[in-house]
Ligand binder design. Structure first.
Ligand code: COA
Length: 255
């Protein structure tokens, strides 16, 4: 059965797509597994970085499972496939840890949108990127026309979505979408993950939220998360909670 595995390599978590017979096409069980793993990763303070990989196949991920979504009614497709997919991909994009996608082979449609949720991307030389949805009569549904426009640029995304062109690894680096081209994309991504270990996890978490607020990635939640963390560390917050519990007026000091 198709799934996404969560494996630990010391303090680095690996999320590995496992549906190689279908070129790692993304299925509903994979979405559900990914959502559960994101919750586990966010709860584990010992995890320093996350690497997204895929079982070896011609594609890192050939997109959403065409047969599965093709069997859904329009309402099911919109509510459960597009909206649930969005929610779960957003969950990955907004993880508190630094994330790196190892694009070892082609990333098409939903596979490209999945890689776009990560903070950084490494690509193998022969890997290409594509948005082939129009070729099967639909449109990108997991932020290909939104988050991807920010990462690749409007003209490039139009080239892919409106003309069906594929983008190679060197060009993806030139666009800033990928940080590096590496024969062994998995090894290169894990090497980058090691670099995060030198840094303060709380500082990188706050930096990620600030950068997300700057680019409009869940801006409201990012700002309130940062402010919430700051205010929760004050004496006044403890005094406010204590006063409420003791049914008295709070004596705030500003500390
Ligand atoms: N959903 C479901 N199954 C998929 C899939 C997808 N997105 N992409 C590939 N597969 C399956 C194929 O049906 C085939 O299954 P089978 O062996 O049971 O027939 C298997 O994966 C291998 O794919 P195949 O097409 O035979 O490989 P290929 O090397 O000839 O072509 C691609 C590779 C990626 C060009 C081709 O598979 C393709 O165009 N896939 C769809 C890409 C796409 O449109 N993605 C957006 C989806 S919204």
């Amino acid at each position: 059965m198709s799934t996404v595995h969560l494996r630990m390599h010391g303090s680095v978590a690996e999320l590995r797509l496992d549906n190689p017979d279908k070129l790692n096409a993304f299925t509903m069980p994979m979405l559900e597994a990914l959502e559960a793993h994101c919750a586990t990763i966010d709860r584990d303070a010992a995890i320093t970085a996350v690497v997204l990989t895929a079982e070896k196949a011609k594609a890192f991920c050939a997109g959403a499972d065409i047969v599965a979504w093709g069997a859904l009614s329009p309402a099911e497709f919109a509510r459960h496939w597009i909206r649930d997919g969005h929610r779960i991909f957003d969950r990955l994009a907004r993880l508190s840890k630094p994330t790196i996608a190892a694009i070892g082979a082609h990333a098409f449609g939903g596979g490209l949108e999945l890689a776009a949720t990560c903070d950084l991307r490494v690509m193998a030389p022969r890997a290409t990127l594509a948005l082939p949805e129009a070729g099967v009569g639909i449109v990108p549904g997991w932020s290909g026309t939104q988050r991807l426009v920010r990462l690749l640029g409007e003209p490039t995304v139009k080239e892919m979505a409106l003309f069906g062109r594929r983008i190679g690894a060197e060009r993806a680096v030139a666009c800033g979408f990928a940080v590096e081209v590496a024969e062994d994309a998995d090894a290169a991504a894990f090497a980058i993950a090691e670099e995060a270990k030198r840094l303060s996890p709380r500082a990188t978490e706050a930096a990620k939220y600030m950068i997300h607020a700057a680019v409009g990635e869940d801006r409201a939640a990012m700002i309130e998360t940062l402010a919430g963390g700051m205010i929760a560390a004050t004496d006044d917050r403890n005094e406010g909670v204590a006063a409420f519990r003791e049914k008295r007026k709070p004596g705030f000091t500003g500390a």
